[in-house]
Every structure is written in structure tokens, then in C-alpha cells.
Design a protein around this ligand. Structure first.
Ligand SMILES: [Zn+2]
Length: 182
């Protein structure tokens, strides 16, 4: 006999209900165990507001996605961590598999490093884009507008410049990434 388990179980049914539902003992046992696991996962995820304990991403109840909610052993089972609610947290699938059985503090430190690297890469990309935009804007300006010595700062310059359809995008880009130009 086959059984299916919902991906969210907020209220745990009793063992008896499973015994009544599945006439074969083993199936009732397996289904009950599975349901218990889902129930624990649901409770923990609810407690964490469905946010990954490592990266804070919004998690989904469905399995096999990078942001699926998975049960995480705070102290890995391979390092003596117990299978108990005290030792459980919920993380996204991605963090869970990236962490493996690393100590969570070390994992967080590494994660932080990766985020910093990604950030500085983003910053560099942003600067490149800005440079491109500036060149474009300069070209535009020299063709259509006279940029003269009165314009002292970037802000003054951008205020006088008409970038046409690009202006909003350009300003938003500056704003978003908090790039300060002087
Ligand atoms: Zn995560």
C-alpha cells in the first residue's frame, strides 16, 4: 500500500488514526514516522517564520528546490548531535547542502566571506556600468549640450544633463547601489 504525506502538518494525528487508515502495520508505522517528521519541520519552520536560519531566504514547503525548508542539525549528527528538537533548526536546501557537517559558526563565517566577495564583485560591476553610462552621457552631452566650467560636481552636472529616456534608469541605478559620485 502506498501512502502520501502532505508537505505541511500543523496538527499531528494520533498513531491510532494511522493504524485505522492503513491496515498493514508497517505502512501505518512508516506513514506515521514520515508525518511526524513533516510535523516537526512544519512547527520549526513556523517558529522561524519560514526564513532560513543561515541566509534568511523565504523558504517553501515543497521539496527539492533550492529554497525548500529542510531540517538542519545544529550540531551535525556525525559530530554527536542528537536527533531532538533542541538540536534542530530549519534551513533552506541550498544552505543545508552547502554546510554539510561543518560547524555552523565556521559555515556562517565562510558564508559571510562569500557574501562580501559577491558584494565587491557587484560593486566592481556597478562601477564598470557607471563608467560606461558616464561615457555615454558625456558623448550625449557633448553632442547636445554644452558642459562648461560652471558645472562643478557630478550632481550639478547630472541635474543639467538631459539623458532623455535613460535618465530615470540612470538615477535609479545610482540610488540603488548607493554609489557616491563627487
Ligand atoms: Zn539558506
Amino acid at each position: 500500500m502506498k501512502f502520501t504525506t502532505p508537505s505541511i502538518i500543523t496538527e499531528m494525528p494520533t498513531k491510532q488514526e494511522y493504524v485505522e487508515k492503513y491496515d498493514k502495520g508497517l505502512c501505518a508505522d512508516l506513514a506515521f514516522k514520515q508525518a511526524k517528521k513533516v510535523h516537526i519541520r512544519t512547527c520549526l519552520a513556523e517558529a522561524q517564520n519560514w526564513k532560513c536560519c543561515f541566509c534568511g531566504v523565504e523558504m517553501v514547503e515543497y521539496p527539492n528546490q533550492s529554497n525548500s525548508a529542510t531540517i538542519e542539525h545544529v550540531t551535525p549528527a556525525s559530530k554527536g548531535g542528537e536527533n531532538s528538537a533542541d538540536n534542530y533548526a530549519i534551513s533552506c536546501n541550498r544552505c543545508n547542502s552547502n554546510r554539510g557537517d561543518l560547524d555552523w559558526k565556521i559555515f556562517m563565517e565562510r558564508k559571510h566571506e562569500v557574501i562580501q566577495k559577491e558584494k565587491s564583485k557587484r560593486q566592481r560591476d556597478m562601477e564598470k556600468r557607471l563608467e560606461k553610462w558616464l561615457k555615454k552621457a558625456h558623448k550625449h552631452a557633448s553632442m547636445n549640450w554644452q558642459v562648461n566650467d560652471i558645472v562643478q560636481s557630478f550632481d550639478d552636472w547630472i541635474a543639467t544633463l538631459k539623458l532623455g529616456k535613460y535618465k530615470d534608469q540612470f538615477m535609479q541605478m545610482l540610488h540603488e547601489d548607493g554609489v557616491k559620485m563627487s
